[in-house]
Design a protein around this ligand. Structure first.
Ligand code: NAD
Ligand code: TYD
Length: 335
């Protein structure tokens, strides 16, 4: 039996990971440390996974909590982060605190507790944008948003803990994830839930920007592979190889929900909007991992999940949308 400390297990990917892990490794003991920010959902972390992980509400930046939880832990899977690019454009401070200082707090505590493996869930966004071809783990880091820059800082901090302290950190850099329990500010759940509410979908710029999509469960399997076979100090890209433009993606979602192109609302582009992400994931494939979810099927299942789980997303969508957030940020500034 292994003891795993999962951070951010009440968020989108962490929740999917806990569910997957408990099915695949029922005897392991999981602890989920999550602050339950706007993006963390108790329902997501516990629904069905209630007995799957011991839940500790707390901040990864709080050293005493983190030190206490590290005792007796075999491996850390560190998902917790501020994750929305648009929010990081408006207000980046919490991104630096959680993503950089939080990761540092965890690394320090884990090193001192002699944790055997520390997996840092980084992102393809640390590489920046690529017009043609794909990024390998040797590509240089050119993050373009404050979110990506904060993840890159944490990613490099992990490297330094391996090189300097020989602390066994492994970094994974995944492409855009999709699946159930994703907060409805990210493009796929935002578009699905807008259409379910009879609203239009806001497409940034011309909609030509491309993303590579991987199902959160395939990501969970990738982490499982890395935990088992990954080498300390190494980095592994995690991508499906399946890419499409945002306009193509919008088209697929509209079709699944029986709506026409008139439901697309072109809106102002995101500043510094990365044009394209694409990963070469052959290093991970050489460990024996391969994505299993076909995108069309996975997207259709995701649409059905949001259709059947309105009670989950309706509660959080009204209160915490990006638009509400902007309104709060700018409230009173013009006076
Ligand atoms: P998410 O925003 O859905 O969830 C983040 C979780 O972290 C939430 O449960 C939140 O409550 C928790 N959290 C935030 N600050 C915290 C703090 N200070 N202490 C404890 N918990 C805190 O994010 P996600 O999409 O599930 O992403 C998980 C990880 O995967 C992130 O590190 C992200 O950078 C990375 N990633 C995401 C994607 C993607 O497409 N979503 C792709 C590649 C990598
Ligand atoms: P997002 O889900 O925010 O992920 P990321 O920016 O981390 O890749 O956005 C995915 C793509 O969808 C990105 O190119 C921006 C675009 N997008 C829209 O066109 N409209 C939207 O309302 C949102 C949130 C994103």
């Amino acid at each position: 039996m292994a003891k795993l400390l999962i951070t951010g297990g009440s968020g989108f990917i962490g929740t999917n990971f806990i569910r997957y892990w408990k099915r695949a490794h029922p005897n392991d003991a999981l602890t989920n440390l999550d602050l339950l920010t706007y993006a963390g959902s108790e329902a997501a972390g516990t629904n069905g996974a209630k007995s799957a992980a011991r839940f500790v509400k707390g901040d990864i930046c709080h050293a005493p909590t983190v030190q206490r939880l590290m005792r007796g832990t075999d491996a850390v899977i560190h998902f917790a982060a501020e994750t929305h690019v648009d929010r990081s454009i408006l207000d980046s401070q919490v991104f630096l605190k959680t993503n950089v200082l939080g990761t540092h707090t965890l690394l320090e505590a884990a090193r001192k507790a002699n944790v055997k493996k520390f997996i840092f869930i980084s992102t393809d966004e640390v590489y920046g944008s690529i017009d043609k071809g794909s990024f390998t783990e040797f590509s240089s880091l050119r993050p373009n948003s404050p979110y990506a820059a904060s993840k890159a800082a944490a990613d490099l901090l992990c490297r330094s803990y391996w090189v300097t302290h020989r602390f066994p950190v492994i970094v994974t850099r995944a492409s855009n994830n999709y699946g159930p329990y994703q907060f409805p500010e990210k493009v796929i759940p935002l578009f699905i839930t807008n259409l379910l509410q009879g609203k239009k979908v806001p497409l940034y710029g011309k909609g030509d920007n491309k993303r590579e999509w991987i199902h959160a469960e395939d990501h969970a399997r990738a982490i499982e592979k890395v935990l088992d076979k990954g080498e300390p100090g190494e980095i592994y890209n995690v991508g499906s190889g399946y890419e499409l433009s945002n306009r193509e993606l919008a088209g697929m979602i509209l079709k699944l929900l029986g709506k026409g192109e008139d439901f697309i609302e072109p809106v102002q582009d995101r500043p510094g909007h990365d044009f394209r992400y694409a990963l070469d994931s052959s290093k991970l494939k050489n460990l024996g991992w391969a994505p299993q979810k076909n995108f069309s099927q996975g997207l259709a299942e995701t649409v059905e999940w949001y259709r059947s789980n309105e009670s989950w997303w309706k509660k959080i969508k009204g209160k915490n949308t990006y638009k509400t957030y902007i309104r709060k940020q700018y409230a009173g500034r013009s006076k």
